[in-house]
Design a protein around this ligand. Sequence first.
Ligand SMILES: *Cc1c(COP(=O)(O)O)cnc(C)c1O
Length: 469
Amino acid sequence: MQQPDWSGPLAAAYGGALAFLTDLPGHPVGASQDREALLAALDGPLPEQPHPAAGVIEQLAAAADPGIMRSTGGRFFGFVVGGSTPAALAADWLTSAWDQNTGLFALAPSATTIEQVAGRWLRELLGLPDDATTGFVTGGQMANFTGLAAARHEMLRRAGWNVEVDGLFGAPRLRVLVGAERHDTIDLALRYLGVGTAAIEVVAADEQGRMDPLALAGALEDADGPIIVCAQAGGVNSGAIDPVGEICDLAHAAGAWVHVDGAFGLWAAASPSRRHLLDGVDRADSWATDAHKWLNVPYDSGLIFCAHPQAHRAALSVRAGYLMHGSGDPFELTPELSRRARGIPVYAALRNLGRTGVAALVEGGCAAATRFAELLAAHPGVRIHNDVTLNQVLVSFDDDDARTRAVVDLVQGDGTCWVSGSVWRGRAVMRISVSNWSTDPSDVDASVQAILRCLQAERATAPASQLEM
Ligand SMILES: *Cc1c(COP(=O)(O)O)cnc(C)c1O
């Protein structure tokens, strides 16, 4: 076979990516075209004939650009997303070029070895037991799913039930205790697992959104059936971290499993100044986190760690004659059989940043959040609703829900930065999340200026008396 043209399409992709990335810091953050305009540029009949690859890439880059949210830049503060560091992005490209099926060692010797090393580095960095199993999954949702699958197996096994064989019909009833501010992916994972949301019992949280250990102790009184407790490290609104050590002690005394959803907050363990927020987290049974949020690797990167390797494998693995089973093949630890080598960008990120670099990344995000809160709070009428202990800031304006929502809309349209809205304890808030490696104090200052400018504009057009609450 003739050598195909690799360099044309790859050069087009490289050129497009480089132009996009170098332009990023000065570019308006929000998308500039609506869905109709994007469809006009991207839609058309199913192509009948082949089209040269380089041309496809060039057309794609040009047509998609107006609808590419600059969420990978340093002035995007919506949701909790994170961007990509240069090392992680470059490793992700190589991962695609290698295109290894990382379910099996026999199919991907280097990729599985790289993931084995990355797993050990991660456990050490996050203060988790070294003998925990590590699965590279798509994100926090599937990390929660996988951790809760292992929990379901083990809690029912101890109750004398084999859920993998007998399913859940007729099984002992599982109770799942969750904090009032848990992430909705916990509920969804329980639906996927057939446990159902009716098994959920909500444990009260304090004013910062942290699970109240006294309320948990009450819920665990006289417990005798299988119980899973879901703690959270980093609530999506306030960023608060549950008292995980205390939760582990209470839950284990009642024979329960503790799963920690630490999609972004678990990374506090990598920071000497925040680690204390997670005291005792190593005593939990499973931990879910994301690499595509605070570690800033490209999307499709979540992590599940489990202190009970047998439960983890029993819940997730399959055996088939045609598979060349080694010992400890990665597919035993994730819902997927064939999958991308997600651990390679993680490995590159950790090699590039090192322990001190990850600590600086986390502490930089926290410092930027604090700077946001301080600068905004100095302005009359602006209120900060949470203790800014991590990377999240909840803001409202003139104690007025309609005005707060209007300011969020204006800021999204302004383009200097991008923030999202949320509801916190019944009130509308602007939610600022700092999760990008490249955010620096000047990004915060420019963004605060933009937010205050939008607040002034909103005040000028709609005096408070005309607003509905
Ligand atoms: C983001 C998040 C999730 C979901 O993670 P995905 O990567 O979006 O699937 C779960 N829990 C918490 C606390 C989160 O912040």
